[in-house]
Each structure stands twice: as structure tokens, then as C-alpha cells.
Write a protein that binds this ligand. Structure first.
Ligand SMILES: [Zn+2]
Ligand SMILES: [Zn+2]
Length: 735
């Protein structure tokens, strides 16, 4: 693919000329408009144009294409006061649209997700604590507001109310009482900016070698992808921080992507310790006002470093000099809704378009990345040793077939006695179970009826804490009935299987004096709750932590020496292409939580499949053997990364129409050499949020242009408007 021209000279269009304007809507392409008198436009300019009876924002994409007849052409309404969308960003939008078989407008919508940022910001009123606080009655809500302000800068009223979890009237009342004072805040004024001049830590010899290599890529100012491969605790973050510093030193922007950004409190601490300031953040927990400030700061080049979730890749960086993806193997980088893209793969494209280096960091790289490294497309840097001499934890399997607990219990005798020892030593334990709630299934003991979501092909999960049955796919909730909905027997409904709440119940019964905490996405309601939990573990106010994958990654607790995996086989069910790989990655990450400081760690893995490749690898630590076996299986089956996959999901409320559309697609399926189409078949989630779903799967050799095949396929099948057809190139979810 040719590199785009430099962004310096933009062709301009004067009054009377035609320009094509891309709108952030799922349309076929750009539309022509005329430049009105008194305006000169250039490619990348944000403008407002009339569309039917509306005014919509869009981007000048280039010269008009002449598809609108002269008498019908409309004038551009206004030029918006925002920095233009850079050339690289525009080419990126086009590239992602081509690759994902989506309209460029749908991709552009991700790049202009904050319409308010297209207008220059007005000064905002922020609130701070008064110097002398008058005597007022302090309700718990008021205390929370004061608590938020006591360890942070002045904030706008809505943000303050949100962070404190109170209504905005609480903030207003405190201001009226003189406890808070209003200040005019210049927009975009944030905390201290990161400074590359801050002295870095002393690196080990291996770390220093890797850091120099990455710095050289930054200095070379060219496209290069490097896999930074190292065990947990080997200091990958410190190494890529040196590349970040080098990029900042050159005055360019940096993007770091993390999978669980909301929970990256420890990462943020390390960043601040290294750079003396905070990066701009971009993730779903931000308020609209924060998004507006950050988007604008990135577009104007003021935000030099952004740490964000996958959508940060679409921010309008004018001078991006480096991208880092931490935990590159994480499935959270894949978006399944709307434009289905993998931010890790698209970051490679973004780096190539911008001619900049990309760093992929992981302790358990994906098979895709390993294969790219093996073939020489990516460079590799290994960090072999744990920093500061900590040893890797000692892993043992508990064979649940012979050594499992009695029915209704989930912790084996081996695990229980290990927890007891850890408690006696004053150390911490983490019990890992990747399932929220109390029990995944509620069953009638008399008739065998299973309580299902009325809108999805899924069992309802009991959350005893909030006394609700919940659907984890659509959010449907119901009270647990006393009478079986099928046979009307009373009090016969029984919980089957464990979730973290049920494990917590067993821990409470077995260790009544231990202090326990649950960490799951529904118990940690936001970044503050997560940060508070992390602090309580660090300060040893928790003895036993019970959690889902939300706590599997990145954290470092010196006193946590025992990790118990309650059900290691959970991720292996379901026949997902990456089931074994993902289970290995997840369990390896979980095991890495044990004993990361001077104290050696121990990991007990409860499994019914001790002879499976995943469990054997965990035990022996022979990662390469596992990867070789996994690669051979995939190569033999023609599966990614050795073949290509694309899924088509057909959905709608009318089951007959969905079936008919799916069959029409099946009949129109491409019949070329090297292409195989499976389906249509009911999706495993055949009903989701009340919509019926059918799937087709296109499987092709690496040499096949899958996008071209998909485009002509979709064009050949007639699908009624009531049925939605979604394309997912390189799918991660097969539900
Ligand atoms: Zn549901
Ligand atoms: Zn029943």
C-alpha cells in the first residue's frame, strides 16, 4: 500500500467550486456540495451541510465528483472552527471501511464521536472548596462532594456530581452555602503535563537493551512493528515508557492503548511516577464534557499523550509519532458491534499510514502476532527475567475428578488448606472464577425447568446480592420466582453451579474471620470503586479476594502469594476457535498475580481436564510447545492466522423474514476456489434482545481477497429492509 502524501499542502477550493463532503452516516460515500461565496475550503475541513431537511456536520474529502446535477447542488452552510481532520486520519477512515466492508461514513462517525468538540470551547464554571469552609450540616452526599474535591482539581458541577455519585442539587446547595466557590476554568486546562525530562528508573541490562531498540525505531521515524514479549514483572511498561519519552522529546504525540482502561489505576500511578504528569484519557467512563476537552486537545496537538481503549485509535492526532498496545492479545481490542474491527490490527494500518513505529506488548502474545514475528514481518524483543529477582510462581493442578469437593461446594480440600496456611502467614489469597453473580443457572428440582431469558437464548444468572435474575446478554432482570413457572411447584427452584458470589459464600462459611472482597464488573461500579478496592488490597485490608477476569491483569500486590483458580475449564467449553489460546492467556495472567515481590507465589488450578494441552502448559511452563501445537491445529484446519474468516450475521424480529434472507444469502454465496461458506445456521445465541439470528461463515485461504468476495456476495442477495446484515471480518465472537 502506498504511503499517503505529507499533510502540509492542502488543495483549496474557492467559491463556486464543488467539493465532496463525507458525512458520519452509513451512506454509500461522499456527497457533492458547492463552496458558497466568501468561503475557501480545503480537504479535511469540518463543515455543516444541508441533508434533506437537516443540517449535518461532515468533512471536506476532496474535489467534487460531479454526481449531482448542477441545478440540484446545494451550498456548504458553514465552515466549523476546528482543526481539519488530518490526511492520515482520512486515509485511515477509508482503509478501515474497505477492510471491514463498512461504509466510510460509519467509520468516520467513530472519528467524530464528539460533535460538540467541533465548536470552540467556552470557558466553563468549575467548583473548588472554599478557603474557609462555613459551618453547615454535612449529609453523607455533601461529604462525598467534599471528599472528591479534597484530593483533586476544581471540576464543573455535572462532573463533580457524577464523580461523587450525587444529584447536581447537592453541588448547587453547597455553592450557595459558601462551601464551594465558582471559578472560571479555561477549557482544556488539565493537570500537570507529562514531562519526558523526568529521570527514568534504573533499567536492568535486558530492559536497557530493549529500550534502546525501541528508541531507535522512534528516532528512525519510520513504520516498524515490534513485539515486546516478556513475563509478568519483567518490566515491559518501563521499557516502552522509554520509547514514549523519546517520542515526547521529539515533540510528537503518543497513543497507548490498554484493554481495561477504567481499571488501570496502577498503570496511571506508574506513568505519573515516570513522567510527573497525567496523560489524556479516552474511554467509556468519561463524561461528554471530558470527551469534548480531550478530542479538541488531541486535534489541536496540545494533548501529547493519550491513554485509551480501542476507540482512541480514531482520535484526530495531527502528529502521532508512536502507538503502544499493552496486552496486545486481549480480546477487548475487538469491537463486535457496529463497525466490527480489531484495534490491534487496525493500529498496524494506522502506524503504516503515519509511517511510525508500533509496539505490541504482552506476556502471552496472540498466535497472530507470534506468527507475524516468526515470519519476520514484526521484530521481537524478549524480556526474560523477572525484574528485581522475584521468582515465577509454582503452579500445581488439582484433579477435580478424584480430589474435588462434595456436591454444592466448589473449593477442594487442597485449596482450602492452602488458603488456611496463607491466612496463618498473614498473606493474601486470590480466588479466580470468570463468572459474575451467584449461580449461572436456576433449575426446578421437580420438573427440570430452566429459567431462561425471554429475549435471548440464554439462562438467567442469579445475583443473590441484589435478589435478581439477570441476563448477561441483554440486561433483562426479574425477581427469583417462588413458584416454578412450568409445573407450579413451590420452593423447588435450585441454584446450579457457582459464580463469584457463591464462592464468596463458601469462603465466608469456611473462613468466617477472614476479610473478603468480590471484584467483578457489576460489583465495581466505576474507576473510583476499582481504585478503592485496589487500595484496600495494597493496604492489606483484604485477606481473600474473589474475582473475575477484571482483576486478572496487570496488578501487583506484594502480599498476594496464593492464587486459586476455581474452575479452570470454564473457557474451554463452547468450541470457540481461540478457546484454548484464550484460556491459556487468561490463566497465565491470573497465575502471574501470585508472589510478584520477594515472597514466592503458589498457584492451584482446579480442573477436570488435567491432561489438556492448556493445563499441561501451565504446569510445565513450556509456552513454545503449546503455541507450536496450537499453530499446527490451526494450520491443518486452515484457520486464522493461516486462513481467513468472515462472519455474516443476519438478524431481525420476524423469524420468517430472517430465515428467508439467510437462505437467500446462502444461495448467493461465492463459489470460487479457496472459498468455503458454512451455513446459514441458527447462531448459538439464536435469539438476542428479541431479535432472531442466523450466521454464515466464510472461510478462505490467505491469498483470497475476502473483502471483494464479501462485497459482490452482499450485492447479489436480496434482503428486506426489516432484516439487518452485519459483516464481521476476522471474527472473535462466534455466538
Ligand atoms: Zn437476554
Ligand atoms: Zn417445575
Amino acid at each position: 500500500m502506498p504511503c499517503p502524501p505529507a499533510n502540509s499542502k492542502r488543495a483549496s477550493f474557492v467559491a463556486g467550486e464543488r467539493v465532496s463532503v463525507m458525512l458520519p452516516l452509513p451512506l454509500g460515500g461522499a456527497y457533492d456540495y458547492r463552496v458558497p461565496a466568501g468561503l475557501t475550503l480545503a480537504a479535511g475541513d469540518f463543515v455543516t451541510v444541508p441533508l434533506a431537511s437537516r443540517q449535518v456536520n461532515g468533512v471536506v474529502w476532496g474535489a467534487g465528483e460531479g454526481q449531482v446535477a448542477a441545478p440540484k447542488i446545494k451550498d456548504v452552510a458553514t465552515l466549523l472552527d476546528a482543526p481539519p481532520l488530518p490526511e492520515t486520519s482520512r486515509r485511515f477512515v477509508e482503509w478501515v471501511a474497505r477492510y471491514t466492508v463498512c461504509s466510510p461514513g460509519a467509520v468516520l462517525r467513530m472519528a467524530m464521536s464528539v460533535p460538540a468538540a467541533l465548536h470552540p470551547p467556552r470557558p466553563v464554571t468549575a467548583y473548588a472548596l472554599a478557603e474557609t469552609v462555613p459551618e453547615v450540616r454535612l449529609t453523607p452526599a455533601r461529604r462525598r462532594v467534599i471528599g472528591v474535591l479534597s484530593d483533586g482539581p476544581a471540576r464543573p458541577a455535572t462532573e463533580l456530581a457524577r464523580e461523587a455519585g450525587v444529584g447536581s442539587s447537592v453541588v448547587r446547595d453547597l455553592a450557595r452555602a459558601g462551601v464551594l466557590v465558582a471559578r472560571s476554568l479555561s477549557p482544556g486546562a488539565t493537570a500537570a503535563a507529562p514531562d519526558w525530562r523526568c529521570p527514568g528508573p534504573t533499567l536492568s541490562a535486558d530492559q536497557a537493551t530493549a529500550a534502546r531498540a525501541l528508541e531507535n525505531h522512534v528516532a528512525a521515524d519510520a513504520f516498524a512493528v515490534t513485539l515486546l514479549d516478556g513475563v509478568p514483572g519483567s518490566g515491559k511498561t518501563e521499557v516502552y515508557f522509554e520509547a514514549v519519552a523519546e517520542t515526547l522529546k521529539r515533540g510528537r504525540q503518543v497513543l497507548v492503548m490498554l484493554p481495561e482502561i477504567a481499571l488501570g489505576a496502577q498503570w496511571m500511578d506508574r506513568f505519573r511516577a515516570r513522567f510527573g504528569g497525567s496523560p489524556a484519557e479516552w474511554h467509556s467512563d468519561l463524561s461528554q464534557a471530558q470527551r469534548r476537552v480531550t478530542w479538541r486537545a488531541v486535534a489541536e496537538g496540545r494533548a501529547r499523550i493519550v491513554v485509551g481503549a480501542r476507540s482512541a485509535l480514531f482520535l484526530p492526532f495531527p502528529d502521532l509519532g508512536l502507538i503502544v498496545i499493552d496486552e496486545e492479545h486481549d480480546a477487548a481490542f475487538k469491537q463486535d458491534e457496529g463497525v466490527a474491527y480489531n484495534a490491534r490490527d487496525m493500529a498496524v494500518v494506522r502506524a503504516r499510514l503515519g509511517d511510525i513505529p508500533l509496539v505490541l506488548a504482552s506476556a502471552t502474545p496472540s498466535l497472530e502476532t507470534i506468527e507475524n514475528a516468526r515470519s519476520g514481518r514484526y521484530g521481537t524483543l524478549h524480556l526474560p527475567d523477572r525484574h528485581a529477582g522475584a521468582s515465577l510462581p509454582d503452579v500445581a493442578l488439582v484433579d477435580m475428578r478424584s480430589d474435588g469437593p462434595p456436591a454444592g461446594r466448589w473449593l477442594s480440600a487442597t485449596l482450602v488448606s492452602a488458603i488456611q496456611k496463607s491466612l496463618e502467614a498473614g498473606e493474601q489469597t486470590m480466588l479466580f472464577l470468570n463468572r459474575r453473580g451467584y449461580a449461572p443457572l436456576t433449575l426446578c428440582r421437580v420438573c427440570g425447568h430452566r429459567i431462561q431469558c425471554p429475549r435471548c437464548t440464554a439462562w438467567l444468572v442469579e445475583h443473590r446480592h441484589v435478589e435478581r435474575l439477570q441476563c448477561h446478554h441483554c440486561g433483562y432482570q426479574a425477581r427469583l420466582p417462588r413458584i416454578c413457572p412450568s409445573c407450579a411447584a413451590e420452593d423447588t427452584l435450585a441454584a446450579c453451579g457457582p459464580g463469584v458470589e457463591r464462592v464468596a459464600e463458601e469462603v465466608g462459611e469456611r473462613f468466617p474471620d477472614a476479610r473478603q472482597a468480590i471484584a467483578a464488573s457489576d460489583t465495581l461500579t466505576g474507576p473510583r470503586a476499582a481504585a478503592e478496592l485496589i487500595r484496600s488490597i495494597e493496604e492489606r485490608r483484604v485477606d481473600i479476594l474473589i474475582g473475575t477476569q477484571i482483576i486478572a491483569k496487570g496488578y501487583h500486590f506484594p502480599m498476594l502469594t496464593l492464587v486459586g483458580v476455581v474452575d479452570a475449564d470454564l473457557g474451554l467449553a463452547g468450541g470457540d476457535l481461540r478457546a484454548a489460546e484464550r484460556t491459556y492467556q487468561l490463566l497465565y495472567q491470573v497465575a502471574g498475580r501470585a508472589g510478584r515481590a520477594e515472597r514466592p507465589g503458589r498457584v492451584l488450578v482446579q480442573t477436570y481436564m488435567p491432561e489438556s494441552a492448556v493445563m499441561r502448559t501451565l504446569l510445565s511452563g513450556e509456552r513454545q510447545r503449546f503455541l507450536d501445537a496450537e499453530a499446527k491445529d490451526r494450520r491443518d484446519a486452515g484457520m486464522p492466522p493461516f486462513g481467513r474468516l468472515a462472519a455474516i450475521v443476519v438478524s431481525g424480529r420476524d423469524e420468517g423474514a430472517v430465515d428467508e434472507a439467510a437462505r437467500a444469502l446462502g444461495r448467493a454465496a461465492p463459489r470460487a476456489n479457496g472459498i468455503q461458506v458454512l451455513g446459514p445456521a441458527p447462531a448459538p445465541l439464536a435469539l438476542l434482545r428479541g431479535r432472531h439470528r442466523r450466521r454464515l461463515l466464510l472461510k478462505a485461504g490467505r491469498e483470497i481477497n475476502v473483502q471483494a468476495a464479501l462485497r459482490s456476495w452482499l450485492a447479489a442477495a436480496r434482503v428486506p429492509r426489516s432484516v439487518r446484515v452485519r459483516v464481521d471480518v476476522d471474527p472473535y465472537s462466534f455466538l
